[in-house]
Design a protein around this ligand. Sequence first.
Ligand code: C2E
Ligand code: MG
Ligand code: MG
Ligand code: MG
Length: 277
Amino acid sequence: DAKDKGKNTYRLFDSSLSEKLQRKVELETALRQALAQDMFTVCYQPQFDMATRRIIGAEALLRWNHPRGVYPTNELIQVAEETGLIVPIGLWVLRTVCRQAKQWREAGHHPLRIYVNVSPRQFIDNRFVHHVQQILAETGMDGHALGLEITEGVIMRDVHYAQETLQALRDMGMKIDIDDFGTGYSSLAYLKRFPIDRIKIDQSFIRDVTNNEADLAIVKTIISLAHNFQIPAIAEGVETATQFQLLKQHGCDEAQGYFLGRPANSEDFNTHLGTAH
Ligand code: C2E
Ligand code: MG
Ligand code: MG
Ligand code: MG
């Protein structure tokens, strides 16, 4: 009996594993198709200065308008990352953002810096800087219109490469954010050597910040770390007025989240641009 049980358990595990693999292969094919058929879009979520409540930028977020509804971005990014498809998808996002930013500028809107997420595989691809340069040239955009959000793990992987790459991007006018800060394992000793412009506090610490003392302690630590480096801290995932007030009280500089504005398609995002003056 025990043997049978063991066998069943094994078979169950086995079939769920191959199902997972099957799903991944299907998803990869679908993503390739979506890229070729222009089924992706980019949403924009506003970022605000906490003191003045003025809009200071926006984060570009990929959306896949799947026939069965909007597909969870986290999941598709993960598969794109594993399969390498994130490289062409990421370039598509960057090109789309540059074109959009140019259009907004030509329409006379206040120029906003738009932050684009860059995942590990994109960043460690040694053609990355070259590709960014190409896209700027092709779209006629200036690097000053852009920011890049990278995660801690990426820069710790190859410190020398990361330093050079970040410096090259900054020389092109771009700002560099460390996204999801606090969830990785940065060495503070290394962190000080990187040209970084802003620290983004991960939303997992913001969620319960108003009633969890440990989360508040972490948030306060990250804010003072940023200030010691003389750069601003931005909180992500700010959903309530109480969270907003508490963060402001503790010196957090900037905020992004549903309380202030949800990710919106480029047309709807115009309402934020209208109030930018
Ligand atoms: P992220 O860069 O940390 O982006 C923040 C995520 O939190 C977004 O999820 C955003 O929609 C969501 N969010 C914003 N405000 C709130 C809030 O108040 N409450 C809650 N609960 N969530 C909020 P999204 O758009 O599903 O993206 C998930 C992740 O996928 C992103 O996390 C980023 O890591 C990745 N991603 C998205 N677009 C791209 C892209 O173009 N390229 C790459 N490489 N990664 C991307
Ligand atoms: Mg981000
Ligand atoms: Mg984030
Ligand atoms: Mg996050």
